[in-house]
Design a binder for this molecule. Structure first.
Ligand code: NAD
Length: 408
């Protein structure tokens, strides 16, 4: 079976640390695969890479942090057992040693102070940065004797970017890079460009623009690699896309849907800045109109509460109208551990992306829509309908006679 590299953008963050910790814990049989969609019976027929065959590395804007973050997740957040972090410390350290300097310019004000002087190259042009990042991926593949490398963006959310004609076509976007027009480019674009240009698949788990840029999709198609995004669907929005179809199919008119989120951690700190928050509000707000077929009055609030650490609480109030015009309401409270919800999905996406690549598939992996708040090229927002896209994909592969036993 293939040995697959996972290159995490934002490799020292809470989510990245949990991804590495979780994969190594399962590989060493210290944990089981609860929360992994790829362990469902519906997907058992796909010969996916074993978690034990994943090797990790990545980019960040600070020199150290992965091991410390894993310790914080255990000691401060109670998200994972401290004994697990202790047992896997050597594994975590070896991944931390593979973390390379990323690209910070244009990532937004809230990430600026995280960049550690001396770790990131200074005064680098966009073209030089793209080459350096591409070389990191090639070196990782060569030195670890990997069949391929899947690049997954789990870095801090960037503020929204105005897309222009220059982002619409690959030749124009290449000119932007060559002419070093930095105001038009953000780190998530640079990373996607570097990965796709070297023929590596790219997945954007964040609300940052990344693969939403048409020129980058053109690049992925040119090199015949799969890609997808954006913004992992792990909590409040997941519940929204499950509940909204219920109102629709019972002909209950939703009048208002108000959601209020409080969270801590690095993600919460970055989203506390209104410029960064706008990207998250946009990706969380888009689902209702499509899932219901109309847009009710709706608000999404996000507030930073440092003491919550990796935990998030969402309170949603849904006001709806039924028979004879009578108004009623539903409220729910979701309390989730952010990284614990998201990490298995990142591993699922790596396995399914590598599978798609191995099958010679290229372009947007629309069968992965159920993993995202803003699924590229899919307007269906009902979670059940999106999950059917995935099971239909599995069925197609079985029909094509590609069924073979799952490697463990
Ligand atoms: N449930 C979830 O955890 C969840 C769900 C959906 C999306 N996301 C997204 O995943 C991302 C990571 O979340 P987190 O909780 O791990 O946040 P975090 O703050 O703990 O980690 C982010 C990491 O990205 C790094 N970073 C910042 N700018 C960078 C750049 N330009 N290049 C490389 N690295 C950079 C930071 O130094 C940090 O190590 C966020 O964008 C978040 O919105 C998380």
């Amino acid at each position: 079976m293939a040995k697959v590299g996972v290159w995490l953008v934002g490799a020292q963050g809470s989510l990245a640390s949990t991804v590495v910790l979780g994969a190594r814990a399962i590989a060493r049989r210290l944990a089981t695969g609860g929360g992994l969609v790829t362990e469902l019976p519906e997907l058992a027929a796909l010969p996916l890479v074993s978690l034990a065959d994943l090797a990790f590395g990545g980019w960040d804007i600070a020199p150290t942090g992965l091991v410390a973050r894993a310790r914080e997740l255990a000691a401060d957040d109670g998200a994972v057992a401290e004994s697990l972090v202790t047992e896997l410390e050597a594994d975590l350290k070896s991944v931390e040693m593979r973390i390379r300097p990323g690209f910070a310019l244009g990532g937004g004000p809230a990430t600026r102070r995280r960049g550690t002087l001396g770790f990131l190259p200074r005064g680098e042009s966009l073209a030089v940065a793209v080459e350096r990042l591409g070389d990191d991926l090639d070196r990782f593949r060569r030195e670890d004797r990997l069949d391929t490398v899947v690049v997954v963006n789990v870095a801090s959310t960037e503020p929204p970017t105005e897309l222009s004609r220059d982002h619409a076509r690959l030749d124009l976007f290449r000119r932007v890079i060559q002419r070093d027009r930095r105001a038009l480019v953000t780190p998530s674009m640079v990373y996607a460009y570097a990965a796709l240009e070297r023929g590596f698949p790219y997945v954007n788990f964040t609300p940052s623009v990344g693969i939403a840029v048409a020129a980058l999709q053109e690049l992925g198609l040119k090199h015949h690699v799969p890609f997808y995004g954006s913004d992992g669907k792990t909590g409040e929005t997941l519940v929204k896309t499950v509940l909204a179809p219920m109102f629709r199919y019972r002909n209950l008119e939703v009048l208002s849907w108000e959601g209020f989120n409080i969270l801590g951690g690095g993600d919460g700190r970055v989203l506390a800045d209104p410029r960064h928050k706008r990207s998250k509000i946009r990706s969380k707000s888009g689902v209702l109109a499509s899932a219901l077929g109309y847009a009710p009055h709706s608000g999404v609030g996000i507030e930073y509460v440092p003491s919550l650490g990796n935990w998030k609480t969402a309170w949603d109030f849904v006001h709806f109208r039924g028979f004879l015009g009578t108004k009623m309401s539903v409220q729910f409270i979701w309390q989730g551990c952010d990284s614990i919800l998201a990490a298995p999905l990142v591993l699922d996406l790596v396995r399914l992306t590598e599978f798609a690549l191995r099958q010679g598939e290229a372009g947007p992996m629309t069968h992965l829509a159920c993993f995202f708040k803003e699924p590229l090229g899919v307007s269906v927002q009902s979670f059940t309908d999106q999950f059917r896209l995935l099971t239909d994909y599995v069925a197609r592969h079985m029909k094509n006679g590609r069924k073979s036993p799952r490697a463990r």
